[in-house]
Design a protein around this ligand. Structure first.
Ligand code: PRP
Ligand code: URA
Length: 208
């Protein structure tokens, strides 16, 4: 069974279109990344575990629910950083664990340069946040690290995926759900997603 979910929400489609535009400046780009991340994380967390609780309202007692799962947000630096805020607003008790991974420009292989995970995982589910799933190398490396750390439930939340990257991530980690706003046509010779949105890190941080 495929665990690939592409949002069908009209707000996601609208905001992604604005995000892709070459006219969109870094400030608006960052806002759109934040908003899209929240919408996608909302969909990605639809299966979180809750327990029944009662709550006293001004008018009586209501049956309610309380989250049981503890959530870790794992942004892949740099571009994943811009996805944290929107998701964190929805789940403010989440822990945030940063992983620094970049793609070597020539080989396109992932290089890990930062990892501040503690020895034991303290969360029951991790959401990897990275806007682009291109060759899939960075996402696979991130999942490898989290599994070695001992996390049992991992979801990848991104904005745009390539068919190649999705297939590689599914092959290496078939248990990891992949939540995206869109699946694009292909990768070009430099490993960029086409039509994509360009370099997600550069467009957020005004570099490049
Ligand atoms: C981008 C992106 C992903 C990676 C995806 O990061 O944010 O982490 O490329 O490519 P892949 O699927 O082929 O591994 P990049 O290496 O450009 O680093 P940056 O976020 O620091 O700009
Ligand atoms: N990283 C990006 O930022 N964009 C791509 O298209 C591929 C990898």
């Amino acid at each position: 069974m495929s665990l690939v979910h592409v949002s069908k929400h009209p707000l996601v489609a609208h905001k992604l279109t604005k995000l892709r535009s070459v006219e969109t400046e870094p400030k608006r780009f960052r806002e759109l990344v934040r908003e899209l991340s929240a919408l996608l994380a909302y969909e990605a967390t639809a299966d979180l575990l809750t327990r029944p609780v009662t709550v006293q309202t001004p008018m009586g007692v209501a049956q309610g629910a309380e989250l049981v799962d503890t959530i870790g947000l794992v942004p892949i630096l740099r571009a994943g950083l811009g996805m944290v805020e929107g998701v964190w607003e929805l789940m403010p008790t989440a822990e945030v664990w940063h992983l620094g991974i970049y793609r070597d420009e020539k080989t396109l292989k992932p290089v890990q340069y930062y990892n501040k995970l503690p020895t034991e995982p303290r969360v029951s589910v991790c959401l990897i946040l990275d806007p682009m799933l291109a060759t899939g190398g960075s996402a696979i490396a991130a999942v490898d690290i989290l599994k070695q750390w001992g996390v049992k439930r991992i979801k990848f939340v991104g904005l745009i995926g390539s068919p190649e990257g999705i297939q590689r991530l599914e092959t290496h980690h078939p248990d990891v759900a992949i939540h995206l706003a869109a699946i694009d046509e292909r990768l070009n010779n430099q490993g960029y997603i086409v039509p994509g949105l360009g370099d997600a890190g550069d467009r957020q941080f005004g570099t490049g």
